[in-house]
Design a protein around this ligand. Structure first.
Ligand SMILES: [Cu+2]
Length: 157
């Protein structure tokens, strides 16, 4: 009898742990799995900020991240950053960002990213901010982005 109770208690503890870790769990929408949504903290006077996320397409057809919106920014876009004539340049991906079937596309510093423009207020470390991503096939999804410091976001890979 005592053994049964112990087993019960430990399985309750396991459930509690799983529930707790689910707070930062991946978001699944259609064939896509979205993980580690992070926004970069901004200085008080900054007018732009960046957002990063991992998008995995588990389906058999490509999808496309077509738009992003956030109520803390006047305008949000999907950007690509790359070297052009020895200069790092940012480009608005007007036709969106393709997420090929069976692949993971990572938005991170120095590459693809979400650009929050005309910021209405600074983004501060530790905050959680709602951002909506819209995909051509999977549709729209609201995500909670955790705001991290510049140094923390530079360590992402
Ligand atoms: Cu940008």
């Amino acid at each position: 009898m005592r053994r049964t109770i112990t087993t019960l208690v430990s399985s309750f503890a396991t459930v509690a742990l799983l529930t707790f870790s689910a707070i930062a769990a991946d978001t699944v929408i259609g064939d896509l799995t979205l993980s580690e949504p992070v926004a970069r903290a901004t200085p008080a006077t900054a007018k732009v900020g960046g957002g990063y996320i991992k998008i995995t397409n588990n389906g058999s057809e490509a999808d496309r991240l077509v738009s992003v919106s956030a109520d803390f920014a006047g305008m949000s876009q999907v950007h690509e950053m790359k070297m052009q004539d020895d200069v790092m340049k940012m480009k608005h991906l007007e036709e969106g960002l393709e997420i090929p079937a069976g692949e993971t596309v990572t938005l991170k510093p120095g590459g693809y990213h979400l650009m929050f423009m005309r910021l209405k207020e600074p983004l501060s470390k530790g905050e959680e901010r709602k951002v909506t991503l819209t995909f051509e096939k999977a549709g729209s999804v609201d995500l909670t982005f955790t705001v991290k410091s510049l140094a923390e976001t530079m360590e992402m890979n």
